[in-house]
Design a protein around this ligand. Structure first.
Ligand code: ADP
Ligand code: GLC
Length: 487
């Protein structure tokens, strides 16, 4: 079988650009496809912060000062390349200072539609200049969702793309990328109004994601349960009707994780290492974490950890009622890392002030600290309202830190409910999105922690699971092969 030519188009790829799991997932899958000898190339905007990361970015000769048009706007870009770390895959950074001059991956600025439409058009233009015909155009979330439409319209004349099939992966249906109707013309889509959703035209708007869902040959999402949930009005964010029309082309594949980056046996961020058969290093990590955050507690006092974007999706509202009550009832420590909406940040600041020495909150984004919390905590808290896949619970399983999760999306697919009676399961799962549900699960976790033998069993079962990309990525490869017609 010849290798497939796979073009990945994305707003995030770790370690270059990441705000959450999207960056990890895209990098992990791409690395796996490269290791499986596929001809995969990844296209990403060159955000200013990437210059400062110290990568060896090499200019691509034939991609220097390339002109493209978005509507009547002329834009110029040049491409730089460097391999994805721990792989041979070439990452192409699209450098367009006119659009990417301020800090941040997402800006919510007036030209946000230009920034990400540019990503699509520039990636396709690079394929042309390379004379490279992708079998699979794999695009992620709303940011890259216009690529299939552009391939069918602006680029339709080019035989290079004649056999190209497109796949849109939905990492999070909560963000659609909706802009005013004036952007249709600005993005060069005026001649193709007939291909745009009539209800959007009537509402004078352009939805990147909706167009991706309509025009991609295949849709995937990042867990099996989420693939079912998004077909319902509760989980569909208004797109469930459209998704039901495309249900035959929608596949759920649980994300993998990169054990190169996330394994307590060799995690470079950690001073102490450990594995399932020797947990002494975990006890040392717990002490190190407590010391780092200035807390005192014996080994018998459980540490609950949380690493999260502080947004509604993550179920922080449930914590408002549950956590103060639980802190009143049980002796445990809570270590939280996250940033996001002001009301959630204020809640954790207030909780820290109310329970000094027992609650510690770091507001911000801190990669090493995320690893420390996964390793040093005893219990990981993730009470999401909805969760397309979730990577943190997968990390926590591997780090011997059983998660407390709600039964939704990928959390339902990856965490097996613990049963004290049967001695089975890997975490604590509650079904209803209520404070009482969370309180029940946290209670169950805290009381089980007091039984070391039961706890060790729980940890070991979770640590033995394999969610590697080597395993999960095979489903993508098979899907791509079928779509490309057994190339
Ligand atoms: P989502 O993509 O919805 O944020 P995931 O669980 O899939 O949720 O992925 C979250 C990723 O982002 C994990 O790698 C996690 O460690 C990381 N992360 C989230 N918030 C922070 C933070 N404040 N500091 C460091 N890493 C964070
Ligand atoms: C999104 C989702 C998260 C998922 C990640 C990677 O950010 O919120 O659940 O794990 O994408 O697919």
């Amino acid at each position: 079988m010849r290798p497939l030519a796979i073009c990945e188009v994305t707003a995030e790829a770790a370690p270059f650009a990441k705000t959450g799991g999207l960056g990890d997932a895209v990098a992990g899958l791409t690395r796996m496809l490269g290791a499986a000898e596929q001809d995969v190339r990844l296209f990403l905007p060159l955000y200013p912060a990437i210059w400062r990361q110290g990568h060896d970015l090499v200019p691509v000769d034939f991609l220097r000062d390339v002109t493209i048009w978005l509507g009547t706007r002329e834009l110029r870009f040049s491409a730089y390349t460097t391999p994805l770390p721990a792989s041979d895959v070439a990452v192409y950074f699209l450098h367009c200072p006119a659009l990417f001059h301020q800090d941040g991956i997402y800006t919510a600025g007036w030209d946000e539609h230009y920034r990400f439409a540019f990503l699509s058009v520039a990636a396709l233009t690079c394929c042309q200049r390379m004379g490279w015909a992708p079998d699979i155009l794999h695009v992620h979330d709303w940011h890259a969702a216009l690529t299939p439409l552009y391939a069918r319209t602006l680029f339709a004349w080019d035989r290079l793309f004649a056999a190209t099939r497109s796949v849109l992966t939905l990492h999070n249906l909560g963000h659609h990328g909706v802009f005013g109707g004036h952007t249709i013309g600005e993005l060069g889509l005026e001649p193709y109004r007939g291909l745009l959703p009539p209800e959007d035209l009537a509402a004078d708007q352009l939805s990147f994601l909706k167009n991706g869902i309509r025009h991609a040959d295949l849709l995937t999402t990042v867990s099996e349960t989420y693939a079912r949930e998004i077909l319902t009005p509760e989980g569909g964010f208004g797109l469930d009707g459209l998704l039901r029309e495309r249900a035959a082309s929608l596949v759920g594949i649980v994300n993998g994780i990169d054990y190169g980056d996330w394994d307590p046996r060799h995690d470079p961020h950690l001073p102490h290492h450990y594995g399932a058969t020797d947990l002494a290093g975990k006890a040392r990590m717990k002490r190190a974490l407590l010391e780092r955050v200035g807390m005192e507690a014996g080994d018998e006092v459980p540490v609950v950890g949380m690493v999260s974007r502080l947004v509604e999706q993550k179920g922080i509202d449930l914590c408002f009622e549950s956590l103060p009550a639980q802190l009143g009832r049980h002796d445990f420590r809570l270590v939280v890392l996250g940033s996001g909406e002001a009301r959630y940040e204020a809640f954790f600041h207030a909780l820290q002030a109310t329970f000094p020495g027992r609650v510690w909150f770091y507001r911000g984004y801190h990669e090493p600290l995320a690893h420390w919390i996964e390793a040093g905590a005893d219990i990981f808290l993730m009470p999401s309202r909805y969760e397309p896949c979730g990577l943190n619970q997968l990390y926590s399983l591997r780090y011997g830190t059983p998660p407390v999760v709600r039964r939704t999306g990928g959390l339902a697919d990856t965490v097996e409910p613990y049963s004290w009676e049967a001695g089975t399961g890997t975490g604590f799962v509650f079904a209803d999105y209520t404070a009482a549900g969370l309180a029940w699960a946290l209670d169950y976790a805290l009381t089980t922690f007091a039984h070391p033998e039961a706890w060790r069993g729980l940890q070991r079962r979770g640590m033995a699971l394999d969610f590697s990309w080597e395993r999960q990525g095979r489903a993508y490869l098979e899907l791509f092969r079928n779509l490309a017609g057994g190339a």
